[in-house]
Design a protein around this ligand. Structure first.
Ligand SMILES: C[S@@+](CC[C@H](N)C(=O)[O-])C[C@H]1O[C@@H](n2cnc3c(N)ncnc32)[C@H](O)[C@@H]1O
Length: 381
């Protein structure tokens, strides 16, 4: 069986955890790098990774590449690839170019040349060319350009994998689903351990935890880009889906708790759980984090508190964080808290000693995951 080369992208900071996940899914030659992990396997491996990965953003299949000096080299390299063996001329496609240290003047022009080469290859083979759709194409082609190489990939995911096809209400500042899952893995959370998000918003962290607890494959609710490729094997895909469905556990109450100050946010969380048929698994209550005790004797708190952009908000948060530290110390002895924040003032203001700080990127935004082990009379700074 032919061995394919893949690259799974992910939020920066999750590469090591994604490598572990890929290993468990049967990937070979795993090589983490900034923002993703390279791996090899049979083509059908991309069915399993797309269906089961909680951390990847996309799974790309390498189809070609090589060195270049100018745009013409990139055009020639793209033209040399047999695109009609990958998708049909009546399907739409788009090109996405990402680059680092690329010396060429315009990435837009490079994008245009790659598109021309794909269309010309089709025209030579069929007399027609496929159309472009930059919103919802059937096929996405990625080009990764460095100083002197251009690598071409077919995107086997389609829409980003964090779009689980589950969340109906997004709330004010929702986390992407794969970042939420990464936060839970970073915290070392295991189903069965009580989990509490006291500022849960639309419930993204809790929903990811519930999928993990009930062994529900995160891709069970959506379609994928590989389904549009010529060599898509519907039987192999159905077998993969059926195996995932059989491993799914029935919905039952879990020690997964959410709280939010605002009824509107909580309503969003409830809607999301209800649409997924998982409302019975979770316990959601409205309330001020500062005014209520933790819901169990011990466990993990995993949360991303509000962070301020405007001056007024920052002043409010400067008052809120010390209160949060006080609440953790008073009400949460026995718990370990993992707090994701882009606000580097948080540790100073919360006035508790962080036992770990791990960098994690929310898109381009550099954040930290602060770990606080709360014991009775926890060290206050
Ligand atoms: C950054 S958002 C969390 C987003 C959430 N992780 C999601 O994916 O939807 C912060 C949340 O904290 C809530 N919040 C702010 N102050 C609070 C308080 N005193 N008690 C409880 N929740 C609070 C806000 O309503 C907001 O939903």
């Amino acid at each position: 069986m032919k061995t394919e080369q893949f690259f799974a992208t992910c939020p920066r900071g999750l590469e090591a955890l994604l490598s572990d996940e890929l290993r468990e899914l049967g990937a070979q030659q795993i090589s983490p790098t900034h923002g993703g992990v390279g791996f090899t396997g049979a083509f059908a491996l991309c069915y399993r990774v797309n269906l089961h990965s909680r951390l990847a953003s996309r799974v790309l299949l390498r189809v070609g590449g090589g060195g270049y000096v100018d745009e013409q080299d990139i055009y020639d390299g793209t033209l040399s690839f047999d695109w009609p063996s990958m998708f049909r001329v009546d399907q739409t496609f788009m090109i996405r170019v990402t680059a680092t240290r690329c010396p060429l003047h315009s990435l837009e022009f490079v994008t245009l040349r790659i598109k021309d080469a794909v269309c010309d290859r089709f025209r030579d083979a069929t007399g027609e060319r496929p159309s472009i759709d930059t919103r919802e194409p059937d096929v996405r082609i990625h080009a990764w350009i460095t100083e002197d190489t251009c690598t071409l990939y077919l995107d086997t995911s389609g829409a980003s994998l964090y779009k689980r096809g589950l969340r109906k209400q997004a709330g004010i500042a929702p986390l992407n689903e794969n970042l939420a899952a990464g936060l839970l893995k970073m915290a070392g959370w295991q189903p069965g351990t009580p989990l509490f998000d006291p500022m849960c918003g639309s419930g993204t962290i809790l929903l990811e935890a519930t999928l993990m607890a009930l062994n529900i494959a995160p891709g069970s609710f959506r379609e994928f880009g590989f389904q549009n490729l010529v060599w898509f094997d519907a039987d192999a895909w159905q077998a993969e889906r059926a195996a995932a469905e059989a491993a799914r556990m029935p919905v039952s109450p879990q020690a997964i708790y959410g709280r939010d100050l605002f009824g509107r946010s909580l309503k969003d969380a409830e809607t999301n759980f209800a649409c997924a048929g998982l409302l019975d698994a979770v316990s959601l209550t409205q309330g001020n984090v500062l005014e209520s005790p933790a819901p169990a004797g011990a466990g993990l708190i995993v949360t991303n508190p509000p962070y301020g952009v405007r001056i007024g908000e920052q002043a409010e948060l400067a008052a809120f964080y010390p209160e949060l530290g006080h609440w953790l110390k008073r009400q949460c002895a026995g718990w370990t808290a993992y707090i994701l924040s882009a606000d580097m003032n948080l540790p100073k203001l919360i006035r508790l000693q962080a036992s770990k700080r791990t960098p994690l990127y929310n898109g381009a935004l550099e954040c930290r995951v602060f770990e606080y082990r709360i014991v009775a009379g926890s060290a206050r700074r």
